[in-house]
Ligand binder design. Sequence first.
Ligand code: LMR
Length: 396
Amino acid sequence: LFASVELAPRDPILGLNEAFNADTRATKVNLGVGVYFTDEGKIPLLRAVQAAEQARLEAAAPRGYLPIEGIAAYDKAVQELLFGKDSALLAEGRVVTAQALGGTGALKIGADFIKRLVPDATVAISDPSWENHRALFESAGFPVVNYSYYDAASHGVNFDGMLASLDALPAKSVVVLHACCHNPTGVDLTTEQWKQVVAVCQEKGLIPFLDMAYQGFSDGIDEDGAAVRLFAESGQSFFVSSSFSKSFSLYGERVGAISIVTQNKDESARVLSQVKRVIRTNYSNPPTHGGTVVATVLNSPELRAQWEEELGEMRDRIKLMRTQLVDKLAAAGAGDFTFVKEQRGMFSYSGLTAAQVEVLRAEHGIYAVSTGRICVAALNSRNIDAVAGAIAAVLK
Ligand code: LMR
């Protein structure tokens, strides 16, 4: 049966973890996967999460099946984070939300639902995009194309190119947009540019699919929700996949959500019924733990305030690492990396080539994605000098 099965390549991001774990060098540094580490090099267990977990343990709640669309209090809290508590769309019942297995699970539910709805659609992702976007939509049966996005020369967005690419897409193409903290480049659109993207999607009848995995890592919860709010104001239907992996440091609990904006309450009921079919045939219904923890935190004023404070600490530490990296690279003679300070979120598109990334790994034990993406959130006061020195060395 398996004689002709070929060995698949390692995942470009998660595969790095496997290689990193097998590396015996004590000085190794993992700047590959998008995970936030503290200055001590640990994945934090947030205090707000600990408190919610404690409460759950004490309640000794039974573990029955959740509804197919997940915990109602969780879904509502997700909607309020994404669209704002006072959103007219929420009041009108125009948002359908289902708990999902992380942001990836949310993308897959959305993709499978769209495949039933518009089987011949093309999916457009940014050039470059998160590696798994292409793989995920292709495995859901769509052809995937790129729209122009990153401009390496300016370390910014090729916005004219982006608009031209979107404008050339056939109606009902799915456009996957990074709502904030673009992965892998760290380069985001301005509010003015978002307004133009919203307008093109509307004029051309495209299907916007906003991927929001890093809300709170750029400027704050509401600030980072700006793109979602602009799409909401435009009146068009769209999709949002969201994740608490990063913002709650709950990577392994797989806590995300798919939210779909419809035109009215009646559409919402029908859309939800179809989304439930997609979920039921994939994994039946979501797990209880992560969703309960997040819902408890978001629905308790004290825990919510604590979480926002902790999220702010993570955001500030990443910004500090950006500044220090730029300074240390300059001091090590690596050149001007000021652009790293302008990038948002966990990642920096460093400009390193695949060959340079390989030398970083082989000679210095520093792991990065072969595209040159480094996770700035994994830098700390103990490894940053070595990282800056190694980057300077490979650039010489
Ligand atoms: C990343 O891009 O590193 C993260 O989103 C983790 C993942 O699943 O790839």
